[in-house]
Design a binder for this molecule. Structure first.
Ligand code: UDX
Length: 390
């Protein structure tokens, strides 16, 4: 990509008018954040659509990559045609993207599929010729179906995670181990082995927003999307699964020194959108906990949310120092590979609540710690009575 820029094939500009005027194909990739009622906010898409309509000077294809509710491509096309200033032909096509945070370039170059939603042979040909060099399967359909593919894919993955979390919670009650259960399930190719990790719920800029947006859209159509609603409900509750466990040992967090390892919604990104750590930390702070937190890259962004209330630490050792308990909210490699002796060495009382199952139960044994994770039996190596006696 950088090479393309050096060769003059890639240009960054803020002069949108000139760029739109001269383009044959324009991709829209702006955000569609969540409105208060769960619907998608399309303000950015419409703003760009208007700017394009008022700038284009030649026939062009406008391609919407943003995740938009079903029917939006049709509406945007009509809207742009109304706002055209020059006598040109304009057409809209849908081309949802399936990138994940932190792996956008890899996901683009090695996409599982390119979905194009078109209403004409011309649009199909233009998009096919753009994507052919990527040598990935190109799946063409109409615009509404393409818009739906994006929501249905994200919501299906969210549902998969919520299902595993639901089963994990049940595993705890019946004495099963979710790791063994998902491993046993994954040999069935119809189920697969990905997106079966239990935890404290999905976060990020897509799953929470896209599940709510599709549910909202279905309701508008007079239909209740029960499965997606279930995924949303399970996820809301799951965010607090860990703190619920800690309550068994700590009736109050007031004045407790709490170590937090991992703040971002997943490893590999400094993105905090819908990070499960946020509602948990809010709850802990409200109860008077004293938090010392470590995250390899998320601290600067976290400071914007909680400037003074948290003691930010630049190493795991420092975050654990003298702590009464420790929460793990993100499975960063640094955390998964940490020296497990640090818990006992650094903490006042090594009560660990791991929301991402970072360690195997075998490696945790005989470390002198109490360890609680998601969907697996707890490892309890000291009793609260020992603590009092000590
Ligand atoms: C997601 C989709 O993967 C991507 O295809 C889409 O285009 C945008 O949304 P992203 O939000 O960046 O990407 O991250 P992803 O890796 O999918 O994880 C989302 C959330 O699910 C994270 O909070 C992660 O911790 C959680 N997750 C993921 C689980 O809890 N268990 C899993 O097995 C997988």
């Amino acid at each position: 990509m950088v090479k393309n820029k050096k060769e003059g094939k890639l240009l960054f500009t803020t002069d949108y008018k000139k760029t739109y005027a001269q383009s044959d194909v324009i991709f829209i990739g702006v955000g569609t954040p969540e409105n208060a009622d769960g619907s998608a906010n399309l303000n950015y898409v419409y703003t760009v659509a208007q700017q394009i309509a008022e700038s284009v000077e030649r026939d062009c294809l406008v391609v919407i990559k943003s995740t938009v509710p079903i029917g939006t491509n049709d509406k945007i096309e009509a809207f742009m045609k109304e706002h055209l200033i020059n006598n040109v032909q304009i057409e809209v096509a849908s081309n949802p993207e399936f990138l994940a945070q932190g792996t956008a370039v890899r996901d683009t170059l090695h996409a599982s599929r390119i979905v194009i939603g078109v209403e004409s042979e011309n649009a199909k040909q233009i998009l096919t010729s753009i994507y052919e060099p990527f040598k990935q399967p190109i799946v063409a359909m109409n615009r509404r179906s393409a818009e739906m593919v994006k929501y249905a894919s994200n919501d299906f993955l969210a549902l998969k995670i919520s299902f595993v979390n639901d089963i994990a919670n049940l595993c705890e009650k019946v004495g099963a181990n979710i790791e063994d259960v998902t491993n046993g399930m994954s040999y069935d190719e119809r189920i697969g082995n990905r997106f079966l990790n239990p935890g404290i719920g999905y976060g990020g800029s897509c799953f929470p927003k896209d599940t709510k947006a599709l549910h909202w859209l279905a309701e508008e159509e007079g239909y209740i999307l029960r499965t997606v609603k279930a995924a949303i409900d399970v996820n809301e509750k799951q965010k607090y699964a860990l703190i619920k466990k800690a309550r068994n040992d700590f009736p109050t967090f007031n004045e407790k020194k709490v170590a937090v390892l991992g703040l971002t919604f997943k490893p590999g990104t400094d993105d905090l959108r819908e990070a499960p750590s946020i509602p948990n930390i809010r709850l802990l702070l409200n109860e008077g906990a004293r938090i010392q937190a470590f995250d390899p890259v998320g601290i600067e962004n976290y400071k914007k949310l909680f400037p003074d209330q948290i003691a930010y630490k630049h190493s795991i050792e420092e975050a654990l120092e003298d702590a009464d308990l420790c929460f793990i909210f993100t499975e960063w490699p640094e955390i998964k590979e940490m020296d497990l002796d640090l818990f006992k060495k650094q903490m006042k009382t090594p009560h660990i609540y791991d929301g991402r199952n970072c360690f195997s139960l075998c490696e945790i044994e005989n470390k002198g710690i109490n360890y609680h994770s998601i969907g697996r039996p707890s490892v309890v190596e000291f009793s609260v009575l020992d603590e009092v006696q000590a």
